[in-house]
Design a binder for this molecule. Structure first.
Ligand code: C2E
Ligand code: MG
Ligand code: MG
Ligand code: MG
Length: 283
């Protein structure tokens, strides 16, 4: 009996592994086709600077316009893209599209692009960024790379070298979703980041939980010690905006100030009569 069950367990795993391999293969094919068929789109969410309530720039956020399933959010396919390695060509497409778009905008506007930890493990990243900047003519100072703490956890030396090389080019580095990773604070000393983006979970609780206010404050202290800027994500209410302004945050982003929008809408904001500067300054 023991022998029999062992054999069926083995067969079970074999089947599982085959199904898993097939699933990955299927998803890889789908993502590759999506890229070839131009089904990815970038949405742009405004980032507002609180020193003059003007537009600082936009964060580029990917969407998949699936022919049958409609608009798909990044959390539904980025993890799969990471798993299958498709994040590398997709990430390159994002970078090129975002830089090409921002190059047409007024030169005081920045573009923030999210990079996955898997892109950092891929050796071609630096060369890709250099050639995209070259092709699009975007000044490196206008590009902000958003990384999460996880980038600094894996293959630390290689990641740090890459970040230093990006900094030398003049590109800015922001730490995204700050406060939600596993890492210790010690990594902050090892490279010159330009901005901390406080995760929106801390902003969401600011009205009710005094612990969140303590964290919101501590982050300003950490950032100022490193001469870095602070951005608060996920601002949804006037009250949150008022609190983060009072705490001295440099920038804000959230549904209250603008949802992620298609390029045409972002450009209507930039070039149109109603720049959000006016709307925001009345807040
Ligand atoms: P993220 O980089 O932290 O981006 C901010 C996310 O918060 C966006 O979700 C945005 O729509 C959402 N958000 C902004 N303001 C508010 C608010 O006031 N309230 C709430 N509830 N949410 C708000 P989105 O676009 O679904 O993106 C989710 C995540 O997917 C991003 O988080 C980022 O980690 C990843 N992602 C998006 N685009 C890319 C990309 O091009 N490459 C990579 N590697 N990751 C991406
Ligand atoms: Mg981001
Ligand atoms: Mg974020
Ligand atoms: Mg986030």
């Amino acid at each position: 009996a023991a022998k029999g069950s062992g054999r069926s367990t083995y067969r079970f795993y074999q089947t599982e592994m085959r199904l898993e391999a097939e699933r990955r293969h299927q998803l890889t094919v789908e993502l590759r086709e999506a890229l070839q068929n131009d089904e990815f789109e970038l949405y742009y969410q405004p980032i507002i600077r609180l020193d003059n309530d003007g537009l600082s720039g936009f964060e580029a956020l990917i969407r998949w316009r699936h022919p049958e399933r409609g608009l798909i959010a990044p959390m539904e396919f980025i993890p799969v893209a990471e798993e299958t390695g498709m994040i590398v060509p997709i990430g390159e497409w994002v970078l090129r599209e975002a830089c090409r778009t921002a190059a047409r905008w007024p030169s005081d506007l920045k573009i923030a692009v999210n990079l996955s930890v898997y892109q950092f493990r891929h050796t071609g990243l630096l060369a890709t960024i250099v050639s995209v900047l070259d092709e699009t003519g975007l000044r490196p100072e206008r590009l902000e790379i958003e990384i999460t703490e996880s980038v600094l956890l894996s293959e630390v030396e290689q990641s740090l070298q890459l970040l230093r090389a990006l900094k030398e080019l003049g590109i800015r580095i922001a730490i995204d979703d700050f406060g939600t990773g596993y890492s210790s604070l010690s990594y902050l000393r090892s490279f010159a980041f330009d901005k901390i983006k406080l995760d929106r979970s801390f902003v969401a609780g600011i009205e009710t939980d005094p612990g969140n206010l303590a964290i919101v404050r501590a982050v300003v202290g950490i950032a100022s010690g490193f001469n870095a800027m602070t951005l608060a994500e996920g601002i949804e209410t006037e009250e949150q905006l008022g609190k983060l302004r009072a705490e001295g945050y440099s920038e804000v982003q959230g549904f209250l100030l603008g949802r992620p929008m298609p390029r045409q809408d972002a450009e209507a904001l930039i070039f149109g009569e109603k720049r959000p500067v006016k709307r925001v300054s009345s807040l």
